[in-house]
Write a protein that binds this ligand. Structure first.
Ligand code: CA
Length: 224
């Protein structure tokens, strides 16, 4: 599962990331409210752990904007502000759970696990864009009803593109989400995999779905 940890205290962010990675999750960090909102809107996460006292933009406002944009990503609020009104405000704004600091890591991990379990149960099992259908349960794809075989990374790349349909993803974002790289390995890995996907998804069809956005990255969707 992909998680976003929003926390401005770097030590705490690091502590959370390591603990969640220890549970087998891929974890990204954001250290202020603006960065958190941009990432939460721009990339698919399975859950967000959100501190409230943040520089640049308050955690409650991040949550408000996220929900206003229609994103259902489960959010666990984690904050030293343990007062009842903060908790109530957070839950009213669409937070799924609330844990006051200081907290026991075991409890945090259990609550994140519970959020993810609920989210998986509610998540649609198919991602559809026009005649392209990805079945998340069986990890198989069809285009215009014809089965397309996808090895693991190609599947991961196509799933990411579909979850972010209509939005441009940079090579760095793709490397991070599909390969777990936090650095550019200095190869054209992403381009090679995009080429492979295009051969399988687009080559036999006049209507292309995977587009190069010059200087920025790649996007799945209608031509612009
Ligand atoms: Ca803080």
């Amino acid at each position: 599962m992909r998680l976003l940890v929003v926390e401005d205290e770097l030590k705490m962010a690091d502590y959370l990331r390591r603990a969640l990675e220890g549970e087998g999750h891929a974890v990204e960090e954001a250290h202020d409210g603006d960065e958190a909102l941009a990432r939460a809107l721009g990339e698919p996460f399975d859950a967000i752990v959100l501190d409230l006292n943040l520089p640049r933009r308050d955690g409650l406002d991040v949550l408000r904007q996220l929900r206003a944009a229609g994103r259902p990503t489960p959010v666990l609020i984690l904050s030293a502000r343990g007062q009842v009104d903060d908790r109530v405000a957070g839950l009213h704004l669409g937070a799924d759970d609330y844990l006051p600091k200081p907290f026991a890591m075991a409890e945090l991990l259990a609550r994140v696990q519970a959020l993810l379990r609920e989210a998986v149960e509610e998540r649609p099992t198919q991602l559809v864009h026009e005649d392209l259908v990805l079945d998340v349960a069986t990890r198989s794809a069809t285009r215009a009803g014809v089965r397309v075989d996808l090895p693991m990374r190609e599947y991961g790349l196509l799933e990411l593109l579909l979850r972010c349909a209509g939005r441009t993803l940079s090579r760095a974002q793709i490397l991070e989400h599909v390969w777990g790289y936090h650095f550019d390995p200095g190869t054209n890995l992403v381009d090679v995999y995009i080429q492979r996907l295009r051969r399988k998804i687009d080559d036999a069809h006049p209507r292309k779905l995977i587009h190069t956005v010059s200087g920025l990255g790649y996007r799945l969707g209608a031509e612009s």
